[in-house]
Design a protein around this ligand. Structure first.
Ligand SMILES: Nc1ncnc2c1ncn2[C@@H]1O[C@H](COP(=O)(O)OP(=O)(O)OP(=O)(O)O)[C@@H](O)[C@H]1O
Length: 241
């Protein structure tokens, strides 16, 4: 569970990137985070994950305060950032072992997870190559594998499907569903409304730093039954914000 309590972030004293967000992301559900460019999605994710501190409010991850108890809170989640250019000089397998070392994932469990994940994402033959030589999609996959190897309770993913081939995107979506159905929290941002429609139990729509809708897409559609598509509803909702 992620509790975002009256959180505000102001850049440079003037730009209110996040404006009094107050929502709780429950366990057992996939929550989509959608909004136009510059709406405040990345800023919110950076605050949830402790990269940026809020100017006001607080954020708890499974009850742990990300500012006051950063180590405890960080153990609760795994983050797939939108930019996967990390540790380029390491081989894929070295990166996975490095992450497994940090999170103390031991021998047999580590071996099994690496085998399963590299099979799922068709990365077996690439693990001995340096990440530098990987395509964008392969870099995305190795970051996702690095998160999944630690088996965190809460998954936070910033545009995770961008750049993945259809098979890997399908596998990741299945894994997100399975993870949520085991009673965990999955929170991901997307620009693609069809993905949100197919995958999410609930959506949080953000515009100009404010949450303008939080709930199921069914309820949102029912409230706008005069409109035909989710895209039309989305444009209507943000035009009034
Ligand atoms: N480091 C920064 N300094 C100043 N302003 C910033 C900074 N980062 C973001 N902003 C501003 O804060 C607002 C929210 O940006 P943010 O990156 O959180 O939006 P986003 O919803 O993730 O956008 P996108 O979908 O385009 O990635 C925007 O007006 C942006 O210009």
């Amino acid at each position: 569970m992620i509790e975002i309590k009256h959180v505000t972030k102001i850049y440079g004293g003037t730009t209110k990137a996040v404006d009094d967000i107050d929502i709780t992301l429950p366990t057992g559900e996939i929550i989509g985070f959608i909004g136009p460019n510059g709406a405040g999605k990345t800023t919110t994710i950076k605050m949830i994950t402790g990269v940026l501190a809020p100017d006001e409010g607080e954020i708890l991850i499974n009850g742990k305060n990300i500012v006051k108890e950063p180590l405890e809170a960080k153990r609760e989640f795994g983050l797939v950032p939108d930019n996967a250019d990390i540790f380029l000089r390491l081989k894929g397998i070295e990166y996975l072992n490095f992450i497994a070392d940090i999170y103390q994932v031991d021998g047999a469990v580590r071996k099994k997870r690496i085998e399963q994940l590299s099979k799922t994402f068709e990365m077996e033959s690439a693990l001995q190559d340096k990440i530098l030589s990987y395509s964008h999609g392969m870099r995305q996959k190795i970051v996702i594998m690095g998160v999944l190897i630690t088996d965190p309770n809460v998954w936070i993913l910033d545009e995770p499907l961008t750049g993945l081939d259809p098979q890997s995107a399908y596998s990741l979506k299945e894994m997100m569903r399975e993870h949520a159905s085991r009673g965990n929290t999955v929170f991901f941002s997307t620009h693609v409304l069809e993905v949100a429609e197919r995958l999410c139990d609930k959506v949080a729509i953000i515009n100009k730093g404010k949450i303008i809708y939080f709930g199921t897409l069914e309820d949102l559609k029912a409230a706008h039954s005069e409109l035909n598509s989710l895209e039309d509803i989305f444009l209507e909702v943000i035009s009034h914000a």
